[in-house]
Design a protein. Sequence first.
Length: 198
Amino acid sequence: MTPRRFLPAAIAFTLALPAYGYPEFQQFVKKNSGRGTNCAMCHVHPDGPEGLKPGQIGSLSTEELNQLNRARAAFEPGQNAHNPILNAFGDSIINTLGKTKFLQIRLHPEELPEALGDTSDLDRDGIPDSKEYIAGTHPLDDSSGEPASLFLINLRRYAFHLVMMVVATGAGLYGLNAMLHWFDLLMSSGRDKDASEK
Ligand SMILES: [Ca+2]
């Protein structure tokens, strides 16, 4: 690490608060869903915020440390904070609830889905972020979701295409059948003509 990068990292660690991560949420998700989850549900790095790897506090630039501090001070909702150690879901939680409410809910991680509501669907897979949290699937990965829910959502989403495909296939088969019938008639008429000429 160059001195320029080392200094902000050293400051961050010197000022480090007791806990940056909030494992209560992860523990609740694991217990509730039975699915293995890691810190990547809310953080940039799957090992969590503490460390020197990309997306962890020790790797942040001065500007990113400023962003981190601004995000930590977003006590009220709607601050549009961007925390460089959080992913879009982590930011969304803080911006929806505000840090004050978030810290209250930390004691009751089962209340997070209700507090978030079901309007946000960051990966646009049709399953709200709050439901993905409960299910232990990833709210930023549109291929991650309860299989039955994803199947039904995709069935509804592509219903029109499926119907059109069936119609097109039916029409194609009908057309092929009609063409073969017409070809058969043509061949028959040719054979009849040859026979009469003989
Ligand atoms: Ca989703």
